[in-house]
Design a protein around this ligand. Structure first.
Ligand code: 5GP
Length: 191
């Protein structure tokens, strides 16, 4: 019996809403779910590993991935580094029938919407704007200028909720991860 191709789930949402944390909870609690590892030109943060959190690549390597059409989507995020989804691993995961997910920014989600309209687009939303600001400041990994820039982006991104198929409110990380996994494990014909 041939395996049924799985349906891609694309998780997006405003900066600092906790997409990365929710994706990490899915990775930890549900190892059967395949999560794409993006390529990025930003340098690794302490504790980040090449091939686990991201593929950390040079500008020249990223240019080559674009030129060879190896990226499903890519974007410049926060006006700084480039981030993109390697195409082939996604294709392999979907063909194997594994629940498969991308955690990307809004610009990337819009590109995937054009090329893979059958994917399920999930918007992760903060409980409130105040909570989003608190999380952005609390993370403490960015400079004041960078935080300000990210808040401007976050306001625009929050307005995009209606473009998505489903919204999950990130009150608590494991609860949000559980809702996401329930969507990932629906068979394509159920949705
Ligand atoms: P960070 O630098 O904090 O890890 O991620 C910054 C932003 O880049 C997050 O909003 C994350 O969703 C986004 N991002 C990560 N990987 C990709 C990707 O492959 N494509 C796009 N378009 N955005 C990504």
């Amino acid at each position: 019996m041939s395996k049924q191709r799985s349906r891609l789930v694309v998780l997006a949402g405003p900066t600092a809403v906790g997409k990365g944390t929710v994706a990490a909870a899915v990775r930890q609690d549900h190892p059967d779910v395949w999560i794409s590892v993006s390529a990025t030109t930003r340098p690794p943060r302490p504790g980040e590993e090449n091939g686990v959190h991201y593929w950390f690549v040079s500008d020249a390597e990223f240019d080559k991935m674009i030129a060879e059409d190896n990226l499903l989507e890519w974007a410049v995020v926060h006006h700084s580094a480039r981030y993109g989804t390697p195409r082939q691993p996604v294709e392999l995961a979907l063909a194997s029938g594994r629940p498969a997910m991308l955690e990307i920014d809004l610009q990337g989600a819009r590109q995937v919407r054009r090329t893979m309209p059958d994917a399920l687009f999930v918007f992760l939303k903060p409980p409130s704007w105040e909570e989003l600001v608190r999380r952005l400041v609390g993370r403490g990994t960015e400079s004041a200028e960078e935080r300000e820039r990210r808040l401007v982006t976050a306001r625009e991104e929050l307005a995009a909720e209606s473009e998505f198929d489903v919204t999950i409110v990130n009150h608590e990380v494991h609860a949000a991860a559980g809702e996401l996994v329930a969507l990932l494990k629906h068979s394509p014909t159920d949705l």
